[in-house]
Design a protein around this ligand. Structure first.
Ligand code: ZN
Ligand code: ZN
Length: 617
């Protein structure tokens, strides 16, 4: 036997090196044969450590349960509780805690703040509010509420469960609070989307650390308030250096807004302050440049990374795909595979998207059908949606429909949207009807989004009686996420426009300008394509309705407020409609302006009457 002559001290030192499982078992055998287990408890402690370290919970548990009397030390209880809580098993950590509390009076093993923290965290991780409340009761019963760390984990727990009133109640009862208690409460409100309340508490905080700022900034980004996120970012940099999470969130806010000026500023700040660009920050920078229309900068940044990791690659691939650069997507993806990096689900989604925007059906199909075998990625609904979109756009309607019907999960709204939009592009009312028949057989209650699509398709086929029927079934509910919204940044200020917006202070001037624009582009052959107006009104009124789309209002506003030949950058939350696409092409020619629009799917650069997407979107 390898260790036959080894002393207790050496065994203990070997165990401290965290050896692999095979070696642990040999050492374990040695301890048993030399009958060291009861006299040298530190060896047992180390063994349990090692078994937990190698995720051999069963053996660790057996050793723990057979631990000589009176009881294992608190540290071991804590380790066991933490290990069990990672196993998606909630009962065992609580059972261990109860056993420990029962022993407290008999043999003096005392839980500490870590014990409670681990158990509370485990109930948070397993999303069990019931056990969380039981634990809260135990904390009070056993007199642990006065412990700062324990009370802080209760605040965090209620925050994760979205029970902000309970989080506040804990906070309110605390006699002593630190920056983590305050941050926990701010985070509870932020996670629940109550940013006003979070802001009030944030202002009251006696001391703030970088985590407190990160919570506010990521809270704003999480609920789509990007402008606010950036204003907090600037306020923070005046007081302290931002951490990685803050930088990543703020760059993501720039990406969402398409704000190149803000993104450039943050990149410059990182350079000026000599902040180390971690992989996450690099990934966020690549994403920001790509989404702000600067794919060359994203490429340059990527090329300067000595050994790009999977996240850097994924960020570049997704960026290239929204720019419609399918060939580059394939090229970068090949390089990634050649460097023996394993793609993740988001990488594959980026590749499929890239293929879809460039009509690369063959490449896309090969990636889609091999993703599970080659990289162990089970296709999720997004992957199906993207693949169906790829087939549909390229005109393979029957195949796309077949894939949708054979999906292992129920197709969602995105899938039906892709299919219906393919039917519309290829003017196939035949397939449109088949998709509709399929949609109609589904449970109507679950498919409100599908109903909206259905009514849009009926509208584009001119079947107004059907449209009315669906509208009646749906009632007057309006899906907020389907309301179009466009942003344009002029001199550092963001202006937001919705369909038929009347909220903007300059709305009258904007509408007059837009009327003038429509008239001028009409002279070069533009006429409104009203297939997108999904209610039954006269042709003239329909032309009016599409002309008030947010991106047209934003362009009119941009033309009014910028010098001639300045590029206009617009970000839109939905896919650009056919009519706006036509109109923007005409405007770019008549007004001699480059207009860059980022819609939900990709970039369109309009110049001299053409769009960079070549009508593929
Ligand atoms: Zn439009
Ligand atoms: Zn386009």
């Amino acid at each position: 036997m390898l260790f036959s002559q080894i002393s207790k001290k050496s065994l203990s030192q070997l165990l401290k090196k965290r050896p692999p499982t095979s070696q642990i078992k040999q050492i374990h055998a040695q301890i048993i044969t030399q009958s060291l287990s009861s006299s040298h408890l530190c060896l047992i402690d180390s063994l349990i450590h090692c078994y937990l370290h190698t995720r051999n919970l069963n053996t660790a548990r057996a050793l723990f349960n057979g631990y000589p009397l009176p009881s294992p030390p608190t540290l071991l209880w804590n380790l066991m509780i933490r290990a069990c809580s990672k196993l998606q098993d909630l009962l065992e950590p609580i059972y261990l805690l109860r056993r420990m509390l029962n022993l407290e009076n008999q043999v003096g093993v005392v839980p500490d703040d870590y014990t409670f923290n681990f158990v509370i965290t485990s109930s948070t991780r397993q999303n069990s509010i019931v056990y969380g409340e039981v634990l809260h009761g135990m904390v009070i019963k056993y007199g642990w509420f006065e412990n700062l760390c324990v009370a802080n984990s209760l605040i965090n727990m209620y925050g994760v469960f979205g029970k902000v009133d309970d989080a506040y109640a804990v906070f309110d009862k605390m006699s002593d609070r630190d920056v983590f208690s305050w941050t926990g409460l701010v985070s509870a409100y932020a996670k629940n989307g109550e940013m006003c309340r979070a802001g009030e508490i944030f202002v009251e905080m006696p001391v703030k650390n970088e985590v407190s700022w990160a919570v506010m900034i990521s809270g704003f980004v999480g609920c789509g308030k990007y402008v606010e996120a950036l204003s907090f970012f600037h306020e923070m940099t005046a007081q302290m250096r931002p951490n990685e999470a803050v930088l990543v969130c703020s760059l993501s806010a720039c990406a969402h807004l398409g704000s190149l000026s803000q993104g450039n500023w943050i990149h410059g700040y990182i350079d000026r302050k000599g902040i180390v660009e971690t992989s996450n920050v690099k990934t966020a920078l690549i994403d920001m440049y790509a989404k702000c229309g600067k794919i060359d900068c994203a490429y340059g940044l990527f090329n300067n990374i000595p050994r790009p990791d999977v996240h850097n690659f994924t960020s570049l691939i997704s960026g290239l795909s929204i720019h419609g650069l399918g060939d580059h997507v394939i090229q970068v993806f090949r390089r990634m595979l050649a460097e023996k990096l394993k793609p993740n689900g988001i990488t594959v989604l980026g590749v499929l998207n890239g293929c879809s925007h460039s009509g690369l059906v063959h490449h896309g199909s090969s990636v889609f059908y091999n993703m599970e075998d080659l990289w162990g990625i089970t296709p999720k609904i997004e992957h199906y949606g993207c693949y169906i979109d790829l087939l549909g756009r390229a005109g393979y309607l029957a195949k796309a429909f077949g894939v949708a019907k054979s999906m292992p999960v129920n197709p969602d709204v995105a899938v039906w949207r892709a299919l219906l939009s393919a039917c519309r592009i290829h003017r196939s009312s035949d397939f449109g009807e088949r998709v509709i028949n399929h949609l109609e057989q589904l449970d109507p209650g679950c498919y409100d989004g599908g109903k909206v699509l259905l009514s849009n398709l009926y509208a584009s086929l001119g079947k107004w009686d059907k449209v009315a029927q669906i509208r009646n079934v749906m009632g007057s509910r309006k899906n907020q996420s389907d309301i179009g919204c466009s942003w344009i940044e002029i001199n550092g200020v963001f202006h937001e426009f919705r369909v038929a917006d009347v909220l903007h202070p300059q709305i009258v001037e904007i509408q007059n300008k837009l009327a003038e624009i429509i008239q001028r582009i009409g002279l070069v052959g533009y006429s409104a394509d009203a297939a997108h107006v999904s209610f039954d009104i006269s042709e003239e009124d329909k032309a009016q309705a599409v002309s008030w789309h947010g991106e047209k209002l934003a362009v009119a506003f941009g033309l009014m407020n910028t010098l001639p030949r300045t590029s206009l950058r617009i970000v839109k939350n939905l896919r650009t409609c056919d009519d706006c696409h036509l109109a923007l092409k005409a405007i770019s020619k008549v007004y001699d302006r480059e207009i860059i629009v980022r819609d939900r799917c990709r970039f369109h650069t309009f110049n001299q009457g053409y769009c960079s997407c070549n009508e593929y979107w």
